[in-house]
Design a protein around this ligand. Structure first.
Ligand code: NDP
Length: 247
């Protein structure tokens, strides 16, 4: 039997992994809010694709680092689709450099978008989930949040903190039928990886037992699973989707 259609919000859904998650949730029959920050044309393409498949979707602009923009987005989203029942915290940025060269702005931009954005969205979504006594929170972190990485002190700190946030919220919300999990991808074929030099890509692949990069849809499949009714007893998990990279 298919799951009950839910109201879903995916941050950073105009491109890459977020786009793939939005498409999967749309195909599963959920009403999807496609959040974006700076590429409306990409977000519109995602909405059009979901609608062509017979689904329901709306694009809403909001910078996840700006609480007031998120408050407006949640209001518009909830008016259109009802209280958010599936929240996917996916929006994330990198500002890679060694600690000795890192500017405070690089630290703050990454922590504000990746961590504070996730916190704000949880804070805005949880009251509605509590009322419904049903919810799924899925945050896209990274294997570097588990292992650290040279040149990514800011990024790995933000992703590691998402794991701790996930564990705490999972404990707080478990009795209310709200699960809270994270997905930690390895290197996935998106714009983030496209910009790496061929030499660096070759080096990275030597770290990946599967011998290849992941695809956005392989990460989306994990999100789709965690959002399902049958995943109700899975909470406080960091699910690696990394071709074995972090073993
Ligand atoms: P992309 O750079 O391809 O896409 C990023 C998305 O996030 C875009 O839709 C972008 O929207 C949105 N976004 C960026 N900043 C904001 C913001 N302030 N507010 C709202 N939306 C924003 O990223 P990926 O698909 O590669 O990554 C998605 C997630 O997966 C990130 O959290 C990343 O850290 C994580 N990840 C990625 C890996 C990879 O190899 N690709 C590996 C491990 C983790 P717009 O373009 O409209 O601004």
């Amino acid at each position: 039997m298919p799951d009950t259609p839910r109201s879903a919000l995916v941050t950073g859904a105009s491109r890459g992994i977020g786009r793939a998650i939005a498409l999967r949730l749309g195909a599963a029959g959920h009403r999807v809010v496609v959040n974006y920050n700076s590429h409306p044309e990409d977000a519109d393409e995602v909405v059009t694709t979901i609608r062509k498949q017979g689904g329901t979707a709306t694009a809403i602009k909001a910078n996840v680092a700006a609480r007031t923009e998120l408050e407006s987005m949640f209001k518009v989203a909830e008016d259109a689709h009802g209280p958010i029942e599936i929240l996917v915290n996916n929006a994330g940025i990198i500002r890679d450099t060694l600690l000795i060269r890192m500017k405070d702005e690089d630290w703050e931009a990454v922590l504000d978008t990746n961590l504070k954005g996730t916190y704000y969205c949880c804070k805005l979504a949880v009251p509605g989930m509590l009322k419904k006594r049903w919810g799924r929170i899925i945050s896209v972190s990274s294997v570097v949040g588990l292992r650290g990485n040279v040149g990514q002190a800011n990024y790995s700190a933000s992703k590691g903190a998402i794991h701790s946030l996930t564990y705490s919220l999972a404990k707080e919300l478990a009795t209310r039928n709200i699960t809270v999990n994270a997905i930690a991808p390895g290197y996935v074929e998106t714009a983030t990886v496209d910009v790496l030099s061929p030499q660096l890509k070759e080096k990275i692949l030597t770290w990946v037992p599967a011998g290849r990069f992941g695809t956005p849809d392989e990460v989306a499949a994990a999100a789709d699973f965690l959002a399902r009714e049958e995943a109700r007893y899975i909470t406080g998990v960091v699910l690696r989707v990394d071709g074995g990279m972090a073993i």
